[in-house]
Every structure is written in structure tokens, then in C-alpha cells.
Design a protein around this ligand. Sequence first.
Ligand code: FES
Ligand code: MG
Length: 581
Amino acid sequence: MTGSGPGPAGLRGKLTNYGDADFALFLRKAFIKGAGYTDDALDRTVVGIVDTGSGFNPCHGNMPQLIEAVKRGVLLAGGLPVEFPTISLHESFSQPTSMYLRNLMSMDTEEMLRALPVDSVVLIGGCDKTVPAQLMGAASAGLPAITLVTGSMLTGSHRGTRVGACTDCRGFWGKYRGGEIDDAEIAEVNPSLVGSVGTCSVAGTASTMACIAEAAGVALPGSATPPAVTADRMRIAELTGRRATEIAEENLTIDKILTEEAFENALRVLLAVGGSTNGIVHLAAVAGRLGFTLDLDRFDAMSRQTPVLVNLKPAGTHYMEDLHKAGGVPRLLAELRDLLNLDAPTITGRTIGEELAAAPAPFPQEVIRPRTDPIYPSGSIAVLRGNLAPAGAVIKQAAADQNLLEHRGRAVVFENSKDMALRIDGEDLDVEPDDVLVLKNIGPVGAPGMPEAGYIPIPRKLARRGVKDMVRISDGRMSGTAGGTIVLHVSPEAAIGGPLKHVRDGDTIRLSVADRIVELEVSDEELRRRAAAPTEIPTPPSGSGRGYRRLYLEQVTQAEEGCDFRFLQAETRRGSVPREH
Ligand code: FES
Ligand code: MG
């Protein structure tokens, strides 16, 4: 039987020991044989497969087929595949927010990986928060693990125009709000936006995390981009199952892959795909599980040297299926070669440089640009500081109105999402196109769960006048599928007393992306006066005193720390990423 020496423990692993280990194993075998297994099947390397399918998660709608293909790969490699469920999170079915639930999913994943006798694990995720949650959990559990993403959805078509979630969902809704399209057309486009099961088809968080996982080496080369319903996706699943068996035998634990070099490669690719700002929060959280902190200023420096090469919506024009046909992440990595840590290990057992050397020859295509002709020259995501965001804020300048990146304007303040919903479309709202919209209390603690409400809508009366973009500032997040001159992740957040809390209507705010500044032009003295003034203590929403919400409110960290729970971070600090160069 395997498991006596070094190498996979198989079914002998992680026995619940009541004082008689042999009896515990005897019981375990008796129970699992109730499912019809023979000793031959059980006497093998056990590969766990995390099933995150759910009727509420169309982004994971190909889960049954993926699991079948992964199992085939495991069996071909001589292992025993065993699937088990964890929580599944979909962006539209995760009240109050999927970010609020991400850490719960990571805890579920971590503890199941600790509990079950798996020698390695295939983490099948896809929708935004699921891949980071799984990497966080697996990093803490510390076993050999490989990521398999579900893959992107297909695009649809509306009156001859190609459409995909969810940049186009927002685009059409914006037109509808502005009166450009009518009730009939908005109803007509609805079923076309999501062409199949799978994750959002643009450079949203799901696509970003898929590319990041591949770049970080925790997923197979070429595995990020095949759409969910394709043969390529199923082949990747089979290969992932095969490799999962081997990494168990090699004891290639996740910490050996997720090194500082790997995090730097992941951050580089996040920037080069024009990826979601959420990717920064998630990488900070995963890094934190391994003892690394994300250094935002060094990330900004990295951003300044990194061009956006991938022509994907919202910064560009294409969709994930096009990126796949153009060669996917391997082709992108080849373009970025001189900016990567080529000796970073990957899940294949080879370095990323070795994988690149073996990658298919380049061919002409127009989705992944050459370095000489980038989509955006550098700094797609900029890190801002200033008296409004002492611990940092970010802006995806590549998806912003370039004329607004240097701007000074009058603050129009909304105290929270509810206040905004009540007033933003009012005819009496005192707002002009040059104003700066400020939304407070949508941070990690504020909402809670840091909703993607940072994409503050253009007030209806301005939208009707044709205003498409304004400077907007909040302590919340924004979907990677959205665009605009939008300052996000302002830290510390308003709800814990950050300076954003003290902004008032009519204050002047200065944004200078060139200088990396977001500033409230109010004297320090006045700010101190405002901070000292007695404020109404908000009544905590009901339910805050118990259960997961209580844990969340007590433990959640700010955006720059990944919004992870403090008690889930690694106990030993190992350094910062990116490293100082
Ligand atoms: Fe699942 Fe966009 S909603 S990836
Ligand atoms: Mg999203």
C-alpha cells in the first residue's frame, strides 16, 4: 500500500485518530467501499477535485464535464480521483457581495483540504472570487495544488453587433439610462449578452485571475483562455488531472510555486492584460497567506514599465475567445519575456522560461500586440496617494477618459450607496460635468463587503446631455468589466474614519494621475476640525453582532492587505512583493 514512506499517503492520509490508527483506516475503507470501490482503486494516490458547481453559478455551468475530464486524466496517470464540493460564488448571486463571501470560501477550501485524505488537489474555479478564494485556502493548507479555470463564455450577437458580459451589459444599460435605446431594445439584448456557460468574456476579474494563475505557475501553460464549452477546455482539464497526480507524487506543494518571483510575474501579467483592479486585492490576499505583503508603490513602479499588450474589452475591443485563438497567455508571456522572472518554477516542474522556449511559434494575429505597438504604453493601473488616501488608492487609467486624468473639481458627495440611489437621478441634484462624484462607506467594512459600486453612474440629467465620464472616487471596488475615470480602494475607508469620511459637498478635489495624487484641497486644520466634530454614530445593521458577519467586521483588512481576515494571514512575515530591485 502506498503511503508508508515519503510520497502520497493515499487513503491513509489525515486519519481521524481515536487512539487506534489501524481501526480508523479500517473504518474509513469500510465506509468508502460502500460506494463500490475495490482495494485496487483505493490503494492509489488520491487526487481531490474541488467541485464548485451550483445551480446559481452559470459561470461554472460546465463543471460536470470538467470533472469528468479531470477524472480521466487522474485515472490515466494511475491515481484515484475523488471530487468533493465547497461553496460556490457567482457575482450576481452573492448578497451582499461576493467579496464578503470570498474569505468564507477560502476557509471552506482550506479546512476541507486539511480534513480530507487528498494527496493533491485540482481547484476548479472561475467566477471572480472563486480562483483567489481557492488559492488562498490552498496556500494556507500547503499541499500540492493545481488551478483549473472553468473558461470564458462565448460571445453573443445583438442586431449584428458582437456582445459579451459584462462590459456590454454596462454599455447597453448606460445607453438605456441616457435614453439612447428604448425598453424593447434593452429587453432584446438581455438574452444575448451571455452566450453560454463560462466566465465573463472580457478582461474582468475572472479573466484576469485566470491569466494570473497561469502566469504565477499554478495552472498549466495555455490553460487560462480556452472557452468553457470547447474541446480545448476539456483537454486542458484532462491534462490538469494527469498533472495533479504527478505533483502529489513529487510533493510539489503550492508554496514551492507561489514564490516572490511568481507573484511578480502575476502582477506583470495583470498589468499587461489591462486586468481588473480587483486582481490587486486578490493577489495581496493570496500573498498574505504565504507571508508576503503587497508593496503598492513598487507595484506602481512596475506598472510604469509595463505596457498593456492585450486588446481586450474594456480597455480594448476583443473578447477572451479571441485571446485564446491568438495564442493565449503563452504568447503574451513571450512578448513580456524580458520583464519576467524566467526561472520562476511552474506546476509543470519546469521553469516559466523553459515553458516559453517550448511554446508554439508566433503567428500573425491582432489581439496580443507586440511591445512596439502597445494598446496603452504603460501604467494601466496607477497607485495614488495624498491626504485623501494615505494608505493608497488605485485608478485604471487605461480605461479612463484621458482628458480627466489631470483634474480639479467640486465634490458632490454621497454618504453611502442608499443616499446615492436616492439622489443621483434627481433633477434637483446640483451637479455639473466637471464635478467629482464622491461615494463614501462602500469599503470592506462600510457596506460591508466592498461592493463593486465604485462605478458610480453618471447622474441621469448629465447622461442625457451626453456626459460619458466624470471623475469618481470611492472606497469601494469596480468590476474589471467597467471603465471610466474612477478612483477606487481609497484607504483607509470612510467607515473606519479614513479621510474620505470628512469630504463635504463643495470641497475641491485634485486628481493628478501624472503625479499619482488624489487630494482634498482643504487645510489640515479644517480636516482636524471635521474629524473632531461629533458625528452621529451609525446604528450597526441588524445581524452585525453574530455569525459570519460579526467575524467579518472584526477581522477584515483594508484593500492594500487584500481584504483578507487578519487571523487567516500567515503567522510569519517573509517579505514584500514586488521585491525591491
Ligand atoms: Fe462570473 Fe463574471 S459573473 S465571471
Ligand atoms: Mg466582476
